[in-house]
Every structure is written in C-alpha cells, then in structure tokens.
Design a protein around this ligand. Sequence first.
Ligand code: ADP
Ligand code: MG
Length: 736
Amino acid sequence: MFDMKPSDKLSDHFRIDVPHQKALKRLRIETVEELLYHLPARYEDISDVQAVEGLQKDQEAIVYGQLSGLKARKAWTTKRPIAEGYIEDGSAKIKIMWFNQPYLAKMYTDGMYVKVVGKVTGSEGKLYIANPEVEKLDSLPIDRHDSIFKGTDAEMDDTIYPIYRESKGVTSKWLYHTTLKCFEKNILDTMQDPIPTEILKKYNLPELHTALVWIHSPKKAEHAESARKRFAFEEVFYIQIQKALERAQVSAATTYKFKTEKDHLKAFTERFPFELTKSQNKSISEILKDFGGNHAMSRLLEGDVGSGKTAVAASTAYAVATSRPPEGAKDENATKVKDLAFGNLQVAYMAPTEILAKQHFESFIEYFHHLPIQIGLITGSGCMKFPSKVDPTKPTKVSRAQLLKWVKNGEVPILIGTHALIYKSVEFKHLAYVIIDEQHRFGTNQRKQLAKKDERMPHLLSMTATPIPRTLALTIYGDLDITLLDEMPSGRKPIITELVGPGQQKKMYDHVRSELESGRQAYVICPRIEEPDPDKATALRLKSVNAEAARLKKDVFQEFSIGILHGKMKPAEKDAMMLKFEKHEIDVLVATSVVEVGVNVPNATNIIIEGAERFGLSQLHQLRGRVIRSNHQAYCFAVTDSKSEKTRERLKALKTAKNGFELAEHDLTFRGSGELYGAKQSGLTDLGMEAIKNLKLVEAARNEARDLVANHPNLKNDFPLIAHKVTHTGEALHME
Ligand code: ADP
Ligand code: MG
C-alpha cells in the first residue's frame, strides 16, 4: 500500500469498475483531489427523522427506509382498492397503506429508498402509516455511525448530512464514504493550502484541511457554512486572479494614445437631434480620458435598453477616426492622402447578429454622413460601404475583397460587422478601438486576434444592456472598468406594464387592437416555436410562435397582417422579416425571444409576452425594452396562467423596479443564482454562484486578487499552487 497523493487516480486506491469510472468521469472526477473538490450540493437535516422502532399510534411519522412487499388489493369488506407495502429502516419495519389509490403501489418498487411522511394508525401490534406521502430518494441518509439513529455523538448538534451531485452509477453515498476513506488515508497531510494564511485570517475563513473536513462531514451546520464560504471565496479568487492577469497583459502592451479636444468633439455631438444625458457625457469623458492614457482601455458600458449607448459609441468612434496614428508609424500612402479620414486610426464595431450589425451601420450613417469618413459593413451574407460613389447620400454593396482592401490600407476607418470581423482575412492598418455590443465572451485573445500584425493593443469598449447584479458583473467582467448609463434620455414616457392573468386577455387585445388601428405596431413573444408534442402540450401549455400566429390571425387581429420570427429561421429569412416589420408591411410580429437583443423599430409600441412566468425579470425587462424606442406611449403585457402567488409577486416587480439592475438583483434573490441571466457565461460552479449573493465576499476576492497580481509579477514562482489553479480555471473558462 503506497501513500495517497492528491494527484493520484482514484482507481489507484479504490476498486472502480469501468461503468463506475465512466460515471465518475461525467462528474469530472478522476483524481483524489477532484473527488475532494467535488463539494456537497447541499445538506439534509435529519433531526426530525424517527426510527420505525419507536413509532406510536397517532404520531406524525417521518421515516427513511427501503420499500418492500408492495401490492394492490381490494379491501375484504368494502371492496375498496388498497395499495400496501412496508418500509424498513434498520430498526424495524412498519406497514404503509394507501386507500383508493391502487396505482400508487405501481409507482414505487420494492427496494426503493424513500422518505415517508404520514400518520401512524391501527392498533398496538398492527400499526401502519395511512395514506403517506412518499418521496423517492437516490440513497438513504448517510450512515455516520452504524445507524443514523444511533448517533448520540455528543458533539453532534445538528444532524445534517451532505448530498452530492450524482451521476448514474455514482451515488451521493459512495462519494461521501470514499471521501472519508481518503481522509483516513491521511490525504490532508499531503495537501497544501493555496490561499495565503493572511488572507484567510483577514476574512476569518477556515484553512484547507479544516474546511475540507467541515464541508464533507460537518458536525455543525455553521461549520459547513463556514467551509462553503471559504471554497466560494477560493473559486471567485481564482477567477479574479485570471482576470487580473489578463488585465496586466493588456496594460503591458503599447496602445494608441491620443487626445481629443472638447470643441472638436462638440462639433460632432451638437448635430445630434437631442441633448446628451449627463451619464452619456460622463461616459464619453471617461473613454476619452482612457484614450489619452498609457494603457489600452478595457471598459464595460452597462446601460438599459434605450439609454443611448450607440451615441456614446459613435462619439468616441468619431474621436478615434479623426485622429492620426503616432509619428513614426510608417504610412507608405501618406503622400497620397487627399481626404482627412485616409490613414486615420480605425474602429471595429462588432454586433452579435446581422440584424443588429445592419442597424448599427444605419445609425452610424446617420451620425457620420456629413463627414468624409467612410463606413464599412461586413457580415456573413455580404458587405456594404458608405458613401456610394454614385450616390453619396446612400450606402452601396461592395465585394468582400474590395472592402477588406480598403480596411487594410486604412481608407475605411470604421468597420461594423458580425463575428465576420474577426476572421483571419480581416486586417486593419491602425486598429485603435474595438467596440463590442452584447458579447459576453469577448476577451483578450480576440482583441489580440483583431489587432493582428499591428503590435499595438486596441482600446476595448464592451457594451451591454443585459442587466446583471453587481456581484456577477464584478466577477464576469473582473478585467474591465465599469461605466453605468443609469439615466434614460428625458422625454421618454415610462413604459406601462400590466400583468394579465387568466380571463383578462380580452381587455389586452382590445387595447392592442386600438393601438394597431392608430398606426402603431406590436410584438407578441411566445416561449416556443412549434407546438410541443401533444402529450406534453397540456402539461406545458406553452404557446408556440406558429400556432399563436395562426390563432391571432383567425380570432383576434383578423384585419391586420401578422409575421413570425424565430431562431430556427435562416439569417436571410429573419432579416427579410425584420425589414418588413420595420417598413410597417407587418403590424404584428409573433416571435420567440430572438427579438430580445437590440432590434430597433420605433413604431412598435406594444409587446405581449406569453408565459411570462417562464422568464427571469431581467429577461422580461430586456424584452419590453423593444418597445421604448420612440416618444409614443409604450405598453407591455406580461401574460401568465400561473396561479402561484409567489410568481405573481415576482412579476409585480416589473411594475415597480426603477431599472434593469434593480430587476437583476430581484432575480438573484427570487429565482436563485442558478437561473440567473449571464450565469452560464460566468464559468462559475453552483458554489461560486452562491457566492454571487455576497457582495462583500466578491469584493474581497477581487481586491485580494488584484493586490496579489500587482505585488507578484512572477506569480508562478511566488505562488505556484495558485498559478496552477488559475491555469485550470482559465482553461475551464475558455472551454465553453
Ligand atoms: P441602446 O443601444 O442603449 O439601447 P440606443 O443608442 O439605440 O440605445 O438609443 C435609443 C434611442 O434613443 C435612439 O433612437 C437614439 O437616437 C435615442 N437617444 C440616444 N440618446 C438620447 C438622448 N440623450 N436624448 C434623446 N434621445 C436619445
Ligand atoms: Mg444598442
């Protein structure tokens, strides 16, 4: 028998057959360390559980055990159907009986582990539990001692036991017992705590050995709590270190440094048909200040839909496109330059969809048409350029090769596009500024990829209308500085939002009809595309886009034209449909949540959201953002069949919350972090997501990580364990 090390394969120490091995692999557990870091998902409190042995008549029993002898029969006298069986827990067994529910015996099988709750009846010696509630369990509560009931360990205040995430073939119980066996083999003695002791002390977190014992085998609930806090901190800490390293890498690179005079910018912004809001002005100043600094900017601009992020993007793009590259950057065409823009710094503006890229292209034409600055559009389905040589007031189609040539020689300073922007073939002459709209995963690597041969790191502005809680933003965007656009342009009427319950649709449809009659348009959002299969249809009662469009045409909006839009349509079909909607050839657009991201049709002022309870508040807020594009009064109807008071309460926040960020915080408390908007992109485990509920913890992890990276340029040397963990975290993050 050799000593156990954290990096050892589990199969070196335990007998694990092939199916078991595969099951463990699904849980990403191969090594001893991975097992120890497979932390319990939750704990079950079994303090209320009783032993079958001592059950008394009339007692409300809660017992855990195994089922046996299940059968259905008829009562002798009344002929009523009866289902019966036994539950056995190691101390004794007792009969359970259900009356008039014979199918119940078929729902459960002998040998199944269950929790049974019900009243003890019958007579002494013939006791049984009548009509119990039965909950199927994957395994019985863990035997800490011989039996869970004989645990009279004086230290044990709370009878909690860990429940692990399982996979077919690996039970929670196995995970627990194997972990304990690793402890017995003194695995802890071989493990070093990666987190510096000072940090643990400062935040009162248990060190690794204690924390591992406490999290897997807590004697008190507060021990488990404390250990979980430590591991949550650890997880967020590694992510923050990763982000801090990325940031340091960006800071180390040379960038384009240039100043923009106030008056120069004013000449651009004073032509806007509106006054910039205070927060727009502030955001622009922050960005311009970064352009003038020594390091490449990494900034996130967060603002509700309609808060005017495009104007910020355009103003700062203007500052870039009217600046020259620094002296010494060779420009072989310099002598040929006739117009101001040729050879200037360049901007790449990337949008998540073609529809949006086109809309940004059109907005930018509005903003720039009076200037000799050419704008290009590149998407999967073709390229455009503004202005056209033939008609300088219009854009024109150009070949991809031609556009790329102009971008490469610096003739086109602003290039807008989809992901097509970061293809290898796209080269810039002096790419100084990258603007990203709603792309959560855009990182240092893509930025470098865009910069290509240009050794200078472009400035980055990432824009998002996705309302996520502050803690999550600090984590996902740990490498970015955050600017909030928390103010709506004045003159906007707040959107009127109504919750529509069963039987209240008529009023809603009457209202929308009158709006359509007065020339407005409407969206109807459904949770699904096709009618789900008939079996499930009643259970789910979800409205599909196709079925709903047909129904509305037949029964509700007969005299109006109705179109459909969903994610399974081809990009060209989607674009054609959006164009029709924009041109008002269609009155009502029935869609899935694909319209969620930034589509701009100012005349659409009504939105009906079916199955509203299925969406998070932030997502509902995103959806209704589609209809606040104009100065007409906008309406949002959140339709729900749900009778749950809790659901209605949650949806009510849509009417009261001041902005998307507030709703995101609601989502965090109401729905639990697992379903949180943006959670998937975060790369966090369930435990890490728990941490997101704790602002102090997230801030602490972020500050400590930044300090550590700043004070230890050679992290690998000073903190090899952390460096190792971070490489792994980084890999996991880029895997998605
Ligand atoms: P976002 O991208 O943040 O959702 P947009 O930039 O598309 O918002 O702006 C939404 C609309 O508001 C656009 O029609 C834009 O012209 C207009 N807008 C932007 N800023 C202002 C402002 N300060 N005052 C009035 N309208 C504005
Ligand atoms: Mg936008």
